[in-house]
Design a protein around this ligand. Structure first.
Ligand code: 0GZ
Length: 310
């Protein structure tokens, strides 16, 4: 693969670039597998980063994303608007319309978005909006504004993707459970995996999914959640052991409402940048049977993002 660039922008101090030369996964993905959480960054010279961004990344173009898709053995992508692009969805839309129909997307919009703009994004392949509650990534948006957006996008059959920290779930509960659409949680709601999997924090997340059949979860980002590793580097086939019980629990209890994605190009990692091939090798640890793997990687993302093919 190419090397990451950064154009005219200066990357945030300590920024970790995505991993070049990922290994070929040993785990053979099922035919038609979808990488249901990944991003494009810029390139900044073509699609400038948003003035209100909280970080400046290296570039990560659609060409580089689709090269990774082919290398790892995925068939399709769901590209999620990254916060460094704010509510300017041009880089996302450009990636979608240049995917030959093999990518769909999740946008970020403001209350001022028009129906025509929503329709144009829909035509490009957008199927959801992302609401972000992680304080280091975004400024606060009032909940009534988000609820209004959720109400409007229903007309297009879109869903809402939510990103939050586990400690904030109690405070966000009433808002999340009032959302009228399918709701997809990014990265399992970021559990603290140093706490017991049977403890109150993760129990609340399971209750959230159990009591609300419209709630789905991405069982992604072990590299972000892991405290003790080992890291997905240097051929490690047993990476992120501490995350496995959490992700496996969700896959087993809610096999029809889970998604998986690489999270490439892995914004804001501080410790190490994983080898994406080894991240794919993590999947059978959390979805141990062929049946669970097919639901996680093919059936569920296809039902949510390409329902017309079902
Ligand atoms: O934890 C993060 O830093 C992070 C950031 C973003 C984004 O900036 O959009 O997306 C993610 O999925 C994860």
């Amino acid at each position: 693969m190419d090397k990451p660039t950064s154009g005219d922008f200066t990357k945030t101090a300590g920024w970790m670039d995505w991993y070049t030369g990922p290994s070929k996964p040993r785990f053979q993905l099922p035919a038609g597998a979808v990488d249901a959480h990944c991003h494009v960054f810029g390139p900044g010279t073509e699609f400038p980063y948003a003035p209100e961004r909280k970080y400046t990344p290296c570039d990560a173009s659609k060409h580089q994303l689709y090269a990774l898709r082919d290398h790892l053995g995925f068939a399709r992508n769901v590209v999620v608007q990254a916060t460094c692009h704010g509510a300017d969805n041009r880089a996302l839309v450009d990636a979608l319309v240049n995917s030959g129909g093999m990518a769909r997307g999740v946008a970020t919009v403001k209350r001022s978005v028009t129906d025509q703009e929503i329709q144009a994004m829909h035509d490009a392949g957008v199927r959801g909006v992302r609401f972000n509650f992680v304080k280091r990534l975004v400024d606060f948006t009032p909940k009534d504004e988000l609820m209004e957006i959720a109400g409007r996008i229903q007309k297009w059959g879109w869903h809402v993707v939510i990103y939050f920290e586990a400690v904030d779930l109690p405070e966000l509960w009433d808002f999340f459970t009032a959302l009228p659409t399918t709701v997809v949680v990014d990265h399992m709601g970021r559990p603290d995996v140093s706490l017991p999997v049977d403890g109150p924090q993760f129990a609340l997340f399971q209750k959230f999914m159990r009591e609300h059949s419209n709630v789905w979860s991405k069982v992604s980002c072990p590299e972000r959640l892991s405290v003790t590793g080992p890291k997905a580097l240097s051929g490690e086939q047993n990476a992120y052991q501490d995350v496995i019980p959490f992700a496996q629990r969700i896959v087993q209890e809610f096999p029809d409402r889970v998604l998986w994605g690489t999270d490439w190009p892995h914004p804001n990692l501080k410790d190490h940048m994983p080898d994406d091939g080894l991240l794919v090798d993590f999947i059978p640890h959390i979805a141990p049977t062929a049946e669970l793997q097919k639901k996680l990687l093919v059936d569920n993302p296809m039902r949510l993002y390409w329902p017309e093919e079902g």
